[in-house]
Design a binder for this molecule. Structure first.
Ligand SMILES: [Zn+2]
Ligand SMILES: [Zn+2]
Length: 385
């Protein structure tokens, strides 16, 4: 079958100490220190093999993620920008919806013809964090489209336990729109996990701010709107993305280079401060200092964007404002997938305006190049077109 394959050279930086585990497994814990000269191309790849608990999925729609861009872009030494767990060559793509076309002998929950979306995090269920109920912190994690073959392909095989049926979404929106909305589930669950599971959510009426409205930030805006936020403000440098933020529920949008965000938030809240602030820009060194000056009493900061950056923080505000900072990663467990699917199926969450471009599988490299312009909302690849 065909797939978008990323190959790169295992060439650890001279100052990076490769661990025994990395040598044994061929996985880099810190991809940007190991993988050099990435090459992306749509080419032939072996057909997936079905394990006893696996379903064979025919991919219907797969979104381009910020991390996919960070495999395409390199630093001045030719290393990929993506800092996380990776093993190459593999097929990229992890935000997808698909149709079950074959089931392994031990599959019990799914049947041929079902439409599903799939978790990206392949948690083991056996390590201590998994057994304690923290699958997002699995010690034996594999990641679809990062360490094992992903969904920029005609087919993918995955254990049925990572799949969630999306028939509710298709019933409401029809097949064509439905499979695209279902492919948005994965990035939306990342925002949901940050805001509701980790951050404990908002009360209707709360003031909420989202810093950075790439796809995760746009999903955060949509979720906060659906949850009844009293006022939503988005800070985003791209004018195109500011417009998208308005379409999914932001009441106010600003270029954070043109205003002092803390002044904006204090003015909009008449001095009371904001209750929920979401960091989805991946620039906490710039955004958190603004947030800490705008915390409502009992206000919350949720860190979802990734950045290898230290942030000086004035901890006294956490005392004086009885406020808190939450770190969030991942999307598995905690009812997250089923609840996001319900919100989309009920029409309470409609992120369809953020889909700004569609590509065929053969043109996936172009789709990723387009994403690096950082103007689009979500770019979708349709492998069956
Ligand atoms: Zn992603
Ligand atoms: Zn585990």
């Amino acid at each position: 079958m065909k797939g978008l394959v990323l190959d790169a050279k295992w060439d650890p930086r001279p100052d990076y100490k490769v661990s025994d585990w990395e040598k044994e497994t061929g996985k880099a814990i810190s991809g940007n220190n190991v993988w050099r000269y990435p090459k992306l191309e749509v080419r032939e790849w072996p057909d997936p093999e079905l394990g006893p608990h696996d379903v064979l999925l025919e991919v219907q729609a797969c979104g381009v993620c910020g991390s996919d861009m960070h495999f395409y872009e390199t630093d001045e030494d030719g290393y990929i920008l993506y800092p996380g767990l990776t093993k190459f060559p593999t097929i990229l793509g992890h935000e997808f919806s698909s149709k079950v076309v074959e089931v392994g002998p031990e599959v019990t929950m799914l049947k041929v013809g079902d439409y599903v979306t799939t978790e990206e995090m392949i948690w083991c269920g056996r390590c201590t964090p998994c057994r304690n109920g923290y699958p997002n912190h699995c010690e034996n994690l594999e990641e679809i489209g990062f360490t094992i073959p992903g969904a920029f392909a005609k087919y993918i095989a995955v254990d049925e336990k990572f799949c969630w049926k999306v028939d509710g979404i298709l019933e409401r929106h029809g097949l064509e729109k439905g499979v695209e909305l279902a492919a948005l589930t994965e990035p939306t669950t990342v925002a949901y996990n940050g805001i509701f599971e980790r951050g404990g959510g908002i009360r209707p009426g709360h003031y909420a701010a989202v810093f950075g409205t790439g796809p995760i930030g746009l999903a955060a805006v949509g979720l906060l709107e659906a949850a009844g936020a009293g006022r939503i403000v988005a800070f985003e440098v791209s004018p195109e993305r500011r417009e998208l933020a308005k379409l999914v529920g932001a009441d106010y949008v600003y270029d954070p280079r043109e205003v002092a965000p803390h002044e904006v938030m204090m003015a909009l809240s008449k001095g009371e401060g904001f209750n929920m602030m979401v960091e989805a820009a991946g620039a906490p060194q710039l955004t958190v200092p603004e947030m800490e000056k705008s915390l409502a009493i009992n206000g919350k900061i949720v860190q979802i964007g990734r950045a290898a950056q230290r942030v000086p923080m004035f901890l006294e505000v956490l005392q004086v404002r009885r406020s808190q900072v939450f770190g969030a990663q991942g999307h598995s467990g905690h009812e997250t997938f089923p609840n996001v699917i319900r919100m989309v199926a009920s029409g309470r969450l409609d992120l369809s305006p953020i889909i700004t471009a569609r590509y065929k599988l053969d043109d996936t490299v172009e789709a990723i190049a387009k994403a690096t312009e950082r103007k689009d909302g979500k770019i979708i690849v349709r492998p069956q077109w």
